[in-house]
Every structure is written in C-alpha cells, then in structure tokens.
Write a protein that binds this ligand. Structure first.
Ligand SMILES: NC(=O)c1ccc[n+]([C@@H]2O[C@H](COP(=O)([O-])OP(=O)(O)OC[C@H]3O[C@@H](n4cnc5c(N)ncnc54)[C@H](OP(=O)(O)O)[C@@H]3O)[C@@H](O)[C@H]2O)c1
Length: 252
C-alpha cells in the first residue's frame, strides 16, 4: 500500500493501521512537506522502512493500492497517474467536481482497475445512511446538519452530499432538494444529523466521529476487497462490507 497524505490527520491514522495489519505492507508514503524524510523517524518506529516521496512518479514500485487522503485538486492528477500505472485505488479524499468524478470513472473502466471512492469510511455513517433511507419512506420532510473541524476545505461535506443524494432518490426528488446546513467550528471533528420533521414529532438520526480511527475498519476492508471490484468506481461502503462478509471472500 502507498498512502498519499500519510502525514495528515486521517492519512496518518490509516497508515499506522495498515502498518499494524498482519496481511498488509505499507511500502510507500507521499507528503509534500516531509518529502525525503523517513516515516519511521517521524513515527519513532524503527520497524517502518519508508522514505516519503513528494510525487507518485518517484515511487518505483510496479503495483500497489494507492490510498489517498489529501485534497481534491492535487489528488485528481495523482489518481489519473495511478490508474495509468494499473494500480487499484482507495480514495477518502472528498471535494472532487462532477467532471473529475466522471473522468475518473471513465479511466477506471478503460484501464480495468479497482476504485473505491467513498465519502465516509466509518461503519456508523453507512448504517446511518441505511436508517435514514428507511425513515424517509415515512417522514418526507428532511434536512441535514453537518459539522466539521475548521481545517475542512469542502462544504457541504462529501458525506452530507452522498446522504442528500440517497434521500433524494428515495423520495423521488432532485438531489439539490434536500437542504444541507454546514457548521465549521473548533471542537468539532465530524458530525452529521439527519432531521425528519412531522406533525408533533422530530426524528433525528445522528452520527458523531470523535476520533479518526473511526475510518480505519472501512479503509482496510476496501483495501482487502478492491481487487474484486475492478472496472468501476464503488461509492457505497456497504457493497465492500457485504462482499467481505461472504464466506468465499473470507477464505480468499
Ligand atoms: N472518506 C472518509 O471517510 C474521510 C474521512 C476523513 C477525511 N476525509 C477526507 O480526507 C482528506 C484529508 O483530510 P484530513 O483531515 O486528513 O486533512 P489534512 O490533515 O489536512 O491532511 C491532508 C494531507 O494532504 C497532503 N496534501 C495537501 N496538499 C497536497 C498536495 N498539493 N499534494 C499532495 N499532498 C497534499 C498533506 O500533506 P503534505 O502537506 O505533507 O503534503 C496532508 O498530509 C479531506 O478531503 C477529507 O475530507 C475523508
């Protein structure tokens, strides 16, 4: 695995989990600020033999899964380059334009690589999406409130956009028809409430991430399963989790 954004808030947590997983190898890391530095030195762990690179072109490995937690502008070119090299992708970075998403989908299909581009890798967010879909069948008046730390660049969050799209599809409404309210405040990490209003009652489905380890299980599942999804972009974490729970997937 090569992790882009390996020194970032989320990328560092994910990279440490990859390093600790018995069935995975962290073989590369990308960082602009720390290029040329030993990751083991940064982590104070002599078992980590990775020297950080500034660009993917410098990573002289024929194949890896690229795990990307950076920012959308620089990530697009890096993902195109990885696809060209025949690498599979697990992308947590959010904020891509619809044009970039379409271009990525086309290139993934043309090259036949695997790509998981999932707005939220936490299991709680996926369960919340399923619960909200069910609730929307009975409570059509719905709005989303999402809150994140001050460092988050995109607004609304990728998670809120994905939730709004799913709710709109359930309610046969246009995606922009579900209002999304965004908070960017100190003290927040990643939070979302889907609020359903009806006569005399309010139903709230809420998910709070207090720590970025919340994303680890979903990312590792995607890394393990991505080779089974080549030729298209997977955007629903549930597909990966459910595939991983099949007895045949657990044996392979
Ligand atoms: N899908 C999910 O479940 C999920 C969960 C959490 C976060 N995210 C998303 O993941 C992304 C990162 O979030 P974060 O909170 O971890 O951010 P962060 O702490 O700011 O980390 C971003 C990383 O990107 C790298 N970076 C910035 N500009 C770059 C460039 N031009 N080229 C290459 N690398 C660059 C930075 O490293 P250097 O400066 O060293 O290059 C840094 O390590 C965001 O898009 C966020 O929305 C997704």
């Amino acid at each position: 695995m090569v992790v882009a954004g390996v020194t970032g808030k989320t990328g560092s947590v994910v990279a440490r989990a990859i390093q600790a997983a018995p069935d995975m190898h962290l073989i590369g890391g990308l960082s602009q600020k720390h290029a040329g530095t030993s990751l083991g030195g940064l982590w104070g762990d002599s078992n980590v033999n990775v020297v950080l690179c500034a660009t993917l072109a410098e990573v002289a490995i024929p194949y890896a899964v690229l795990v990307d937690f950076t920012e959308a502008t620089s990530a697009a070119e890096r993902l195109y380059e990885a696809i060209e090299r025949g690498w599979d992708l697990v992308v947590g970075t959010t904020g891509f334009s619809s044009e970039v998403r379409q271009e990525l989908a086309q290139r993934v299909a043309d090259k036949g690589v695997g790509a998981a581009m999932i707005a939220n890798f936490s299991l709680g967010a996926w369960v919340a999406e399923r619960l909200a879909e069910e609730a929307a069948r009975f409570f059509p008046a719905v709005e989303i409130v999402e809150g994140h730390h001050l460092g988050k660049h995109d607004r609304p969050s990728g998670t809120a956009k994905a939730m709004a799209e799913r709710l709109a599809a359930t309610l046969s409404r246009a995606p922009g028809d579900i209002p999304v309210h965004s908070l960017r405040l100190p003290g927040l990490v990643a939070h979302q409430a889907v609020v359903f209003g009806s006569l005399g009652q309010v139903l709230t489905i809420r998910h709070d991430v207090h720590d970025r380890t919340a994303y680890v299980d979903g990312v590792l599942a995607a890394v393990r399963q991505i080779a089974h999804f080549r030729g298209r972009v997977v955007t629903n974490l549930g597909e990966i989790l459910e595939h991983g729970m099949r007895p045949s997937a657990q044996q392979s």
